[in-house]
Design a protein around this ligand. Structure first.
Ligand code: SER
Length: 567
């Protein structure tokens, strides 16, 4: 059975049983308390807590999905037989629809009948703290199959969640096949608050997750995930004589990079971009050290696209290769000198490792891998602490630069009060142009950064093609109509979730605090634009003056960049 057949069988099985098929959400979650999407349930968090209505949005209380997921916590283990950074998660979910009996019966039927597998044993929650042992699930398993072995495990193994700082969670039951945990079925019964206390959820929910790679491994009777059809075409590209661990790291990182870039991540030294940078650079150094041409990395990336685009249509070869090439060009210039520098050192501590990163771009993983005895005592914590210290120093430097004779207000910095007025007008103009463009292009435009100087505004957003001059003109006209209407601009402070629920746009790359400011242009009941934003803004749109869009261009990561001025 091919992995594509497994995907199709899973979706059909649950669709037939009243589940609405929901596409995978992006690897970049709207839940800003986490860097990446790590589980299928993440996009459904509001349905468990009752802040969103599944019946209204999906026409059913039950859904099924195959979710792109990324777990960077496993990055140091990649290279063994089962760990990955990127993986696909098959999951069925219920928000007050069905409960334990159906969830267990569905899982049993799917594993034994559809996949034709034998279950070694299952585990249920043994009870810990205020949460009692899950006897109900144990009894259901026995009634489903009296010969099944049921083991009881504690909180460390059989209790899920939450993702992020707080969220739904509960006891789990897990299915083991060939000694591997293949399916995790979570009974969401509680909400864990930021202070860790558990509150029973009003509506109980089901959240299940099954890694496609592991399932394919047992179904296809392979020794490890890299022998399945999900990886075999990638592994085949690499020369046989290179270390198996390196082969696995390379195919994992190529796959993860292709998916990250397609979801709008670009290499950088911050957050998601930093993770991507490390993945790409590790690929480049390993290729170099194993005498593999850079072209082979491109072939890996293209092969990911070839094999995965049947299911994930947003994989874009042009964007992926452009980002790879740019990072490769930049890194090729420095890393060999970095390796030479590393050779000269006798021991490497956090400070010297960071220096190798800062001056030559060598990521921690590479230093750790090629440093031999010199890096024995070097820890990731030490390196990250040094990185953080430097980020703070450079931030302080920026503040100091403006500090003496400058001012800072909300998100904006200016030399003096007069300039602050100008950048504030440009700031509101940015919100208005974004909303105007969204109207013209007929879709939300994920924002990827902005920069405002006294001369002009500039912002980046993810969009797959050039915006035509006609479209720009239309957006400019709409923006100026809004200026002419002299609409009010208001600010309200609210909880983050409330803000997101109210439809406010947010930058996916930023992490927001629990209380946020939301700026609205136009009437509260019928806003022209609504964004999470630190301000400041003008109070009426006519204060902005005439808006002129001056330039539209392509920047990295499938992003477009727009510049505009006001007069
Ligand atoms: N949330 C659980 C997991 O990720 C089940 O989907 O394992």
């Amino acid at each position: 059975m091919t992995s594509q057949e497994i995907r199709e069988k899973f979706i059909k099985f649950f669709e037939k049983r009243g589940h609405t098929v929901v596409p995978s959400s992006s690897l970049l979650p709207t839940d800003s308390s986490v860097l990446f999407t790590t589980a299928g349930m993440q996009q459904f968090k509001p349905y468990y807590t009752g802040t969103a209505d599944a019946m209204k949005d999906f026409g059913s209380l039950n859904t099924v999905s195959i979710q792109k997921s990324m777990r960077t916590s496993d990055i140091d283990s990649v290279g063994d037989e089962s760990h990955l950074t990127f993986f696909e998660m098959l999951g069925n979910f219920s928000f007050g629809g069905y409960w334990k009996k159906e969830a267990i019966e569905y899982a049993y039927e799917f594993i034994t009948k559809e996949m034709g597998l034998n279950i070694d044993y299952v585990s249920v929650f043994a009870g810990e703290g205020i949460v009692p042992a899950d006897e109900e699930s144990e009894n259901i398993w026995k009634s489903v199959d009296s010969s099944i072995t049921v083991k009881r495990h504690g909180r460390a193994d059989n209790f899920w969640g939450p993702t992020g700082s707080e969220g739904p969670c509960g006891p789990t039951t897990e299915i083991y096949v060939n000694g591997l945990e293949v399916w995790n079925i979570v009974f969401n019964q509680y909400y864990q608050h930021a202070d860790k206390h558990l509150e029973p959820l009003k509506t109980q929910g089901i959240d299940t997750g099954m890694g496609l790679e592991r399932l394919a491994m047992v179904v296809q009777q392979k020794q490890n995930i890299f022998e399945t059809d999900l990886f075999e075409p990638l592994i085949k590209i690499l020369p046989e004589n290179i270390d198996i661990r390196i082969q696995r790291i390379m195919v994992d990182h190529a796959r993860a990079s292709a998916f990250l870039i397609s979801d709008g991540v670009v290499p950088s030294n911050k957050e998601q971009g930093y993770v991507l940078r490390r993945l790409l650079r590790r690929l480049i150094v390993h290729a170099h050290m194993s005498n593999i041409e850079t072209e082979v990395i491109r072939e890996l990336l293209l092969t990911v696209i070839k094999h995965y685009s049947a299911y994930y249509s947003n994989l874009n070869s042009e964007t992926i290769l452009t980002e790879f090439n740019k990072e490769n060009d930049k890194f090729q210039k420095t890393f060999k000198n970095g390796l030479k520098e590393l050779e000269k050192l006798t021991t490497v501590d956090g400070a010297s490792a960071f220096k190798l990163f800062e001056s030559f771009g060598l990521p921690f993983e590479i230093i750790k891998e090629v440093g031999g005895d010199k890096v024995k005592t070097l820890s990731r914590e030490e390196f990250e602490a040094e990185r953080k210290r430097h980020q703070e120093i450079s931030r302080a430097g920026v503040e100091k630069k403006f500090g003496g004779h400058g001012i800072k207000e909300g998100d904006l910095t200016a030399e003096n009060a007069e300039e602050m007025k100008k950048v504030t007008r440009l700031h509101t103009a940015t919100h208005i142009i974004v909303a105007s463009l969204q109207k013209v292009l007929g879709q939300k435009l994920p924002q990827a950064g902005a920069d405002i100087t006294v001369e002009r505004l500039r912002f980046d957003f993810t969009f797959p093609r050039k915006v035509t001059p006609e479209e720009l003109k239309q957006a400019e006209d709409i923006a100026n109509e809004i200026v002419d209407k002299d609409l009010p601009v208001t600010c309200r402070e609210m909880d983050l979730q409330e803000a997101l629920d109210s439809g406010a746009s947010a930058f996916f790359k930023l992490k927001y605090p629990p209380r946020v400011k939301v700026y609205t242009v136009g009437a509260e009941s019928n806003p022209f634009s609504r964004e999470l934003c630190g301000g400041p803004h003008v109070s009426h749109t006519a204060e902005i003056g005439h808006i002129t869009i001056t330039k539209e261009e392509s920047v990295s990561g499938g992003n477009r960049r727009i510049r505009a001025t006001i007069s």
